[in-house]
Design a protein around this ligand. Structure first.
Ligand code: GDP
Ligand code: MN
Length: 404
């Protein structure tokens, strides 16, 4: 879960990372009131979960109430790379001597934490990595040991930070690392980390991404989630505890095991279709999970057909078949559903479906056959409209599955 700058700063501050005082507001009047409680000059900062706000005109210095009013009204409602600004953060402005970059993230390949610091801050770090990789100091940290002073010193000296900034930067890095670990973050990034004319080192921006797999350890973080940014399909799946990712195509996918679902996406692609989603019901999914999955997927207006691809291991195909039948009786399944069952209890599962035929429920013997069938049916569903008699009646025997 990505956080807004102001949420990230508020969390980092708990661990001793120095940030400026500020207030998050949603209206121009509140922005003016907040600026009155801080000291001029203030900075008006667009809160969107995308970088490069400064370049896009989403960050403005204000020296007076009039300027706050003007900037806040320009920035609220502004579209920054497809993200509409709903909130601005009003912060006491800082004087800047130098701008640096600092972050901690996971290096999965090295199985370690990775700290990065650069004296080239305030700019796109990916660009620095490309044009001048030597300008980024990198230090791996064993997660079982944690950060030691020498790690922070290696980063600060390696990046050739101004000697004035050294002790402040070392202190910030240690606080930032502690925040990274204790928040269960995937990333904490401060760009720019600034040296102020008085010699202090201070976080001017914050990008914090929390690990959703650790969400159970931090139930209070759920309130930080930006609901408006969430795909409504993903929201529905989350409420049902499903492992779902929305995609752009027209064939809804249900499978068990991430690997099988990924290859199902490929096979659908190969058959000339596009998947509407990734959905892994996991090992040992029962009837209720399958019915829930069917409900979320058929709730997506772009879906023209559904492909259920199950290879039973721990998962029993007879329970999956029962879940499909339950889904058909409890929800409005208005698109054809192609089902391929193999592995544990596949015979029983197929027999159950054969004994309970439903309009639009299409059994298939193999994964490739199932994918081709689902893609065909999706095309027919898209092509057939009332009064159109030319569209695909030929191959659709046994189904009447196209949606409204
Ligand atoms: P980003 O563009 O989304 O990364 O937003 P940042 O919060 O990093 O701000 C972009 C740039 O605006 C910074 O690199 C600074 O140069 C400038 N900036 C932000 N806050 C202040 C401030 O308090 N004082 C001054 N002088 N400049 C600021
Ligand atoms: Mn920044």
């Amino acid at each position: 879960m990505d956080l807004f700058e102001y949420q990230g700063k508020q969390l980092l501050a708990r661990f001793g990372v120095p940030v400026s005082p500020g207030e998050a507001v949603d209206t121009v009047d509140d922005a003016v009131a907040a600026a009155g409680r801080l000291d001029f000059p203030v900075v008006v900062k667009a809160q969107v979960q995308v970088g490069g706000r400064g370049k896009a005109g989403g960050i403005k210095l204000a020296n007076s109430t009039d300027e706050v009013r003007q900037h806040a009204s320009n920035i609220l409602g502004m579209d920054i790379k497809g993200h509409v600004v709903r909130t601005v953060w009003i912060e006491k402005a800082s004087d800047i001597a130098e701008e640096y970059y600092a972050s901690f993230t996971l290096d999965r390949a090295a199985k370690k934490h990775l700290g990065m610091v650069s004296a080239k801050g305030g700019v796109d770090i990916e660009q620095v990595a490309e044009e001048d990789p030597a300008a980024i100091a990198r230090v791996h940290i064993d997660p079982l040991v944690g950060i030691e002073d020498y790690h922070a010193r290696q980063l600060v000296f390696g990046a050739k930070l101004n000697p004035t900034a050294r002790s402040g930067a070392i202190a910030v890095l240690k606080s930032l690392y502690r925040a990274f670990v204790e928040l269960d973050a995937d990333l904490v990034e401060v760009n720019p980390l600034i040296l102020r004319p008085d010699g202090s080192v201070h976080a001017l921006d914050a990008k914090v991404s929390l690990d959703d797999n650790a969400a159970y350890r931090h139930p209070e973080f759920e309130a930080l989630r930006n609901i408006s940014a969430l795909d409504p399909r993903e929201q529905a799946a989350r409420e049902r505890g499903l492992n779902y990712i929305g995609l752009d195509g027209e064939v809804g996918i249900i499978g068990n095991g991430a690997g099988l679902v990924m290859s199902t996406l490929d096979v659908v692609n190969q058959a000339g279709g596009k998947a509407a989603n990734f959905l892994d019901v996991g090992g040992g999914a029962g009837a209720k999970t399958i019915a829930n999955a069917l409900e979320v997927i058929t709730g997506d207006p772009k879906v023209r057909s559904v492909l259920i691809n199950i290879f039973g291991g721990i998962t029993r195909c007879d329970l999956v078949a029962q879940g499909i039948l339950d889904g058909f009786s409890t929800i409005d399944v208005h698109v054809p559903v192609v089902v391929r069952l193999d592995g544990t209890s596949a015979e029983e599962g197929r027999a159950l479906l054969a004994a309970n035929p439903r309009d639009g429920l299409v059994p298939a013997a193999t994964m490739l056959e199932a994918a081709s069938r689902a893609v065909e049916l999706a095309a027919e569903g898209a092509g057939v409209s009332p009064g159109d008699t030319s569209g695909g009646a030929g191959k659709s025997s046994g189904t009447n599955g196209q949606g409204a």
